[in-house]
Design a protein around this ligand. Structure first.
Ligand code: CO
Length: 220
C-alpha cells in the first residue's frame, strides 16, 4: 500500500504523462466538463468507474455509495442525479453493481453492524420481494450474486421513479437508464439487459406528471 508521498509522486507522473501527449488537456477540462454518462456504483475500492470503462477524466460523472443504492430520501444521490441530468445533460445513467458485494452479503445476514443496518435495510426489501427465487439457490455465494443483480434492477427502477428523470423525458430529452454488473474475478462488465428510456416503461403507479399550476383555476 503506497504511503502519501508515493501518491503525490504517482500524481505528478500521471499529470506529466498526460501533458506530454495532450498539452492543453487540463486547461480544456478546467473550462468545461461535458460527460455523457452518470455512473452510480458501489464504493468498493475495486470498482473504479473511469478505469473499468476506459474513460478519461471529464467523461463520466460519478456517484458511489455502499451497494450502489438510490434512496429517495438521500439528498446526496438525488442532487447528483439532478445536476447530471439538468445541468450536465448526460444521455445515459448507468447503475452498476458488482458480484461479491459486501453490502449485499451483509444484507443477507442477521448480525447488527451499526448505522449501516438502516442503509442495507433497503436491500432486505428487495430480498423479501424475491425470497422464493433467492432461497431456491443452494449456495450462499450464488444467492448473494443473484441479489446483487436484483439490487441493480431495483435501483434502475428507483432512478426512473425520480421526478428528475421523468421531467427530462417529458421535455423530450434522450435519457436512458441502464443496469450493469461487474465481476471482480475477470474485470468484465455484464449488461443486465434493462434499458429504460421513457415513462411508458414504468409501472403506472410510479409515473409522475408535472402540473402547471398557473394554467387554470384550482378546484380544490
Ligand atoms: Co459493493
Amino acid at each position: 500500500m503506497p504511503d502519501l508521498e508515493e501518491l503525490f509522486e504517482n500524481n505528478r507522473n500521471w499529470s506529466r504523462r498526460i501533458r506530454e501527449t495532450a498539452p492543453d488537456f487540463f486547461n480544456r477540462l478546467a473550462a468545461l466538463q461535458s460527460p455523457k454518462f452518470l455512473w452510480i456504483g458501489c464504493s468498493d475500492s475495486r470498482v473504479s468507474a473511469n478505469e473499468i470503462l476506459g474513460l478519461a477524466p471529464g467523461e463520466v460523472f460519478v456517484h458511489r455509495n455502499v451497494a450502489n443504492l438510490v434512496i429517495h430520501t438521500d439528498l446526496n444521490c438525488l442532487s447528483v442525479i439532478e445536476y447530471a441530468v439538468e445541468v450536465l445533460r448526460v444521455e445515459h445513467i448507468i447503475v452498476c453493481g458488482h458480484y461479491g458485494c459486501g453490502g449485499v452479503r451483509a444484507a443477507c445476514e442477521h448480525t447488527q453492524l451499526g448505522l449501516i443496518d438502516n442503509w442495507l435495510r433497503n436491500i432486505k426489501d428487495t430480498y423479501a420481494r424475491h425470497q422464493r427465487e433467492l432461497e431456491s439457490i443452494d449456495d450462499a455465494a450464488g444467492r448473494t450474486d443473484r441479489l446483487c443483480e436484483l439490487n441493480v434492477l431495483a435501483q434502475v427502477q428507483s432512478v426512473c421513479h425520480t421526478t428528475i428523470v421523468q421531467n427530462a423525458w417529458t421535455t423530450g430529452r434522450q435519457l436512458a437508464v441502464h443496469g450493469l454488473i461487474y465481476r471482480l474475478t475477470d474485470g468484465l462488465l455484464h449488461d443486465l439487459a434493462v434499458r429504460i428510456a421513457s415513462a411508458g416503461q414504468l409501472e403506472a403507479i410510479f409515473r409522475m406528471e408535472k402540473i402547471d399550476r398557473n394554467s387554470g383555476p384550482c378546484e380544490n
